[in-house]
Design a protein around this ligand. Structure first.
Ligand code: ASP
Length: 597
């Protein structure tokens, strides 16, 4: 038999009770976390959003409540009335551990089936089971704390944006495609059979139109949808902090983001310092072999190509040779060295060369190819100290316009840093990257494509190259784009935009879009650009990633209430799912048999 809540009101949250509350009559409500039956005494840990409190049912003092407590099982929902008393033996593991509640009355408000996993901090259930029963998983401390942090971070961002003069403005979810390099999620229209909306990959065009509309400073905490192939930590729907400013300098945009991020970090108790460092794309590739370098540790790359000159043919070297000095790794065992070589090969290296640097000199099997002098020069170029291991790599395949060896060395740098424990967990290294190329080469499409999106501004002197027939010239064009990176994670990108209609039309042409296609897809935007468009620019940051980093979580799934799996499925609601033929009929849609797809 269940009791009813009636007019009973909660007076306190479990996790908030302290020694100062001793003597108070309280009403607590929540879930039975654990029950221990010692005969005359029954203890339950009662759980609510704030944490746990210990309740004691004493048979001699409160026979009725004690009898009722015998029925309790894990995850039953109860209301307890009782008196707070100081514990004789405080529990230091519990925030409310100095006190316990002597129960006077117990109402059982609901029962619960035996859960498929215990609601505990150290859960052993697979992620799949956790996501299928997400409502149980959410009762655990970690997801709850993550969502609370997410709430506070978003609240702080909204406050900061308001103080900086931004309006939060919603843009449509049912709209036309905006290109951000992914596929669209399409929504069929019933009223216009055969026609489709696209869910926004970003509010890009709308936010630019808001600038044309004179709104001056826009932001939005907004859901975006990208139908991408499965990648480890991507979600098909995710949240961005999106913003756009009229008449901005790049510095103005950076300053807004810096202020907002410093405040967001403070919410998580993290001190970040502004202004953030800035580096050019070319330099980060050269120094760190990554477009999102982790600056929490050094171990920079060094181009040692020249020292390999005499042995290029023997060693079948193409392209550059990139080296780094792993501190203290000269002591690595044969097995550890083999593992590094294995990993480097897996990353696409052809040659992997190891040089052990000791007080006595530099030892390497390369000596027979290059001579002892070259070894010393390589070690010096890599800034190696005695005790270090220099690892030098070449790439099996070259990538036009990029240093393929640097990219491999860059990934090796991360692996070695992890292995050598060089990554301090309490450092917050923000980095702006500028100086991106406007276009890049897409190997599958065998064509020049936008490096970011086609609305990215172009460095003035390069605009005239738009019509150049040579891919090489076009690939050398510089954009006004920038990225923000934190601790090796790309938080987002933005740019000063194209605000002249003719330049925008020329970019579409340069991307191989016919004027008719460009009109068909972006006609409304091209028109809008002709009616007095102010210079404008902005950025979008992946909010899920920001919160995940601040929460110390590796996966963004841990900071999203109802995340999808890596296969883009909602295991709890079982989406995507089949729909009735009636529904499809209304939309004028007929499904092909699967094998014909
Ligand atoms: N719309 C871009 C994106 O979502 C960001 C921007 O350029 O503002 O990646």
């Amino acid at each position: 038999m269940l009791d009813s809540l009636g007019t009973l009101q909660r007076t306190h949250y479990c996790g908030n009770l302290r020694a100062a509350d001793a003597g108070k009559e309280v009403v607590l409500m929540g879930w039975v976390h654990r029950r221990r039956d010692l005969g005359n005494l029954i203890f339950i840990d009662l759980r609510d959003r704030s944490g746990l409190a210990q309740i004691v049912f004493n048979k001699e003092q409160q026979a009725a409540a004690h009898a009722r407590a015998e029925e309790l099982r894990s995850e039953f929902v109860v209301a307890v009335t009782g008196r707070v008393v100081k514990r004789q033996k405080p529990n230091p593991d519990l925030a409310s551990g100095e006190v316990e509640i002597m129960a006077g009355d117990l109402r059982i408000l609901n029962t619960a089936k035996t859960p498929p996993f215990m609601v505990e901090d150290e859960v052993t259930a697979s992620e799949e089971t956790r996501l299928r029963y997400r409502y149980l998983d959410l009762r655990r401390t970690r997801p709850r704390q993550n969502l609370a942090l997410r709430h506070r971070v978003i609240l702080e961002i909204r406050k900061a944006m308001d103080e900086l003069g931004f309006y939060e403005i919603e843009t449509p979810m049912l709209t036309r495609s905006t290109p951000e390099g992914a596929r669209d999620y399409l929504v069929p229209s019933r009223v216009h059979p055969g026609q489709f909306y696209a869910l926004p990959q970003s509010p890009q065009i709308f936010k630019q139109i808001l600038m044309i509309g004179g709104l001056d400073r826009y932001f939005q905490i907004v859901k975006c949808f990208r139908d991408e192939d499965l990648r480890a930590d991507r979600q098909p729907e995710f949240t961005q902090l999106d913003l756009e400013i009229s008449f901005p300098t790049q510095d103005a945009i950076f300053s807004v983001i810096e202020q907002v991020m410093v405040r967001a970090c403070a919410v998580a108790g993290i001190t970040a310092k502004a202004p953030f460092r800035r580096m050019a794309y070319h330099d980060v590739i050269r120094r760190f072999g990554s477009d999102k370098p982790d600056l929490r540790f050094g171990m920079e790359l060094h181009d040692v190509t020249e020292h390999f000159a005499p042995a290029r043919e023997t060693l079948r070297i193409e392209g550059q040779v990139q080296a780094l000095a792993a501190p203290g790794a000269a002591a690595f065992s044969r097995k550890q060295l083999d593992e590094i070589a294995e990993k480097a090969k897996g990353l696409g290296a052809r040659g992997v060369y190891m040089l052990k640097v000791t007080a006595e000199g530099v030892a390497s099997s390369l000596e027979k190819n290059l001579g002892a002098d070259a070894l010393r020069k390589i070690a010096a170029a890599a800034e190696a100290k005695p005790g270090d291991l220099v690892v030098a790599v070449t790439a099996k395949e070259q990538i036009p316009g990029t240093d393929a060896a640097a990219l491999i060395a860059g990934q090796l740098r991360l692996l070695l840093a992890e292995q050598l424990k060089l990554v301090p967990k309490d450092r917050w290294e923000f980095l702006w990257i500028t100086g991106f190329a406007l276009f890049e080469w897409n190997t599958t499409e065998k064509a020049v494509v936008s490096a970011q999106h086609p609305f990215t501004g172009i460095v003035e002197e390069d605009v005239s190259k738009l019509e150049d027939a040579s891919d090489e010239v076009r690939l050398s064009m510089r954009s006004k784009g920038y990225d923000l990176v934190l601790n090796g994670v790309e938080l987002g990108s933005g740019s000063i935009r194209i605000h002249q209609q003719d330049v925008q039309a020329r970019v579409f042409r340069a991307l191989g879009l016919s004027d008719a296609t460009a009109r068909n897809r972006f006609g409304f935007f091209l028109d809008a650009l002709t009616y007095g468009t102010p210079p404008h620019g902005g950025i979008a940051l992946g909010l899920d990633r920001v919160v995940a980093l601040l929460a110390g979580e590796k996966s963004i799934r841990e900071v999203i209430a109802f995340p999808k799996t890596a296969k883009a499925q909602d295991l709890m609601a079982d989406a995507p799912s089949n729909v009735d033929t009636d529904q499809l009929d209304l939309l004028g849609i007929q499904l092909k048999p699967l094998e014909e797809k």
